[in-house]
Design a protein around this ligand. Structure first.
Ligand code: AHM
Ligand code: MG
Length: 334
């Protein structure tokens, strides 16, 4: 059928979110507008990431009137901050790239707080391996003057969270608290089209994902867990190891194939490496929405109350049963 070759009824991300929001009579389209600005940032970064290798090869770097070419992560941050401020829907921005929070000028202020890592996985940029953007969205409740307390909120208070992966295709995964949906950028249209409706993570997986180079510094439960992945004593087969070192790519694979992603505490980094607000929370939110779990080694990750905007936390997230196993090991330790 010609109709199969050319689908004419395209579910774009904007249409999808408009449909979702129309369930709320009080919705004024503000969230859709905010999301459109996030999507713009993702498209820009996608295009910049795809050109990054080329620019180097043909020697564009450093050629712009003696000025050093901006690093991709710095550039991505600028694009997101400008897009978010100009949406007119934000009041506080927390970016991994900025030491301090950005308080939006009252003339451009809205009710949403956005926490984000504009380009995560920076060690993978120069070799063309997948990298991504991670974001989470809170809303301030009344019309008070915004303060840091509005974002120092447990992850379960987020209204929405997502990531965009710049990989072999550009994929945006989003949850507004009613399940998880994945969209793929159609470069010819410049639109994200729904390609992965209602993502559910397998209840149990066959993959574990961790930086094993840190093993000598791990605590007991993490070490025991990974040992069990490799040498299971209950007759089950051993798990495969996959580790890219880009959180977005490692979590994306975990979401689609199942399994567990770990960035534990170790003796050198007692709080692990990953940041609570814009890495741990958004990914934990997505995992729970997809039927998985996220655990810090002490508690449900989304219950954590951050006290600093760049705070870190250990994190174990993925398939329900796999996270249940690591929870049991931490519980046994007391
Ligand atoms: P970055 O913000 O410097 O890019 O670091 C975050 C990244 C994550 O994407 C990834 O999960 C982790 O660091 C990998 O860390 P490591 O190299 O210690 O395994
Ligand atoms: Mg990061």
């Amino acid at each position: 059928h010609a109709a199969d070759a050319h689908r004419t009824d395209l579910m774009t991300i904007t249409r999808f979110v408009l449909n979702e929001q129309s369930k709320y009579p009080e919705s004024r389209g503000d969230f859709t507008i905010l999301l459109n600005h996030i999507v713009l940032g993702c498209k820009f970064v996608c295009s910049a990431v795809n050109k990054a290798g080329l620019a180097k090869l043909i020697g564009l770097a450093g050629e712009t009137n003696g000025e050093e070419q901006k690093k991709l992560d710095v550039l991505s941050n600028e694009v997101f901050v400008k897009a978010l401020v100009s949406s007119g829907r934000t009041c506080i921005l927390i970016s991994e790239e900025d030491e301090e929070a950005t308080f939006v000028d009252p003339s451009k202020r809205g009710r949403y707080c956005v926490v984000f890592d504009p380009l995560d996985g920076s060690s993978n940029i120069d070799c063309g391996v997948s990298i991504g953007t991670i974001f989470g969205i809170y809303m301030i409740k009344d019309n008070h003057e915004p303060t840091l307390d509005d974002v120092l909120q447990p992850g379960k208070q987020m209204l929405a969270a997502g990531y965009c992966m710049y990989g072999s295709s550009c994929t945006l995964v989003l949850s507004t608290g009613e399940g998880v949906n994945g969209f793929t950028l159609d470069p010819s249209l410049g639109e994200f089209i729904l390609t992965h409706p209602d993502i559910k993570i397998p209840k149990k997986g066959k993959i574990y994902s961790v930086n094993e180079g840190n093993a000598k510094n791990w605590d007991g439960p993490t070490a025991k867990y990974v040992e069990k992945c490799k040498f299971p004593k209950d007759g089950s087969s051993s798990k495969s190891l996959r580790y890219i070192g880009s959180m977005v790519a490692d979590v994306h694979r975990t979401l689609l194939y199942g399994g567990i992603f770990l960035y534990p505490a170790d003796k050198k980094s007692p709080s692990g490496k990953l940041r609570v607000l814009y890495e741990v929370f958004p990914m934990s939110f997505l995992m729970e929405q997809a039927g998985g779990q996220a655990f810090t080694g002490k508690q449900r990750a989304l219950d954590l109350v951050p006290t600093k905007i760049h705070e870190r936390s250990p994190i174990f997230l993925g398939s329900f049963d796999d996270v249940e196993d690591i929870k049991a090991l931490y519980a046994a330790e007391g």
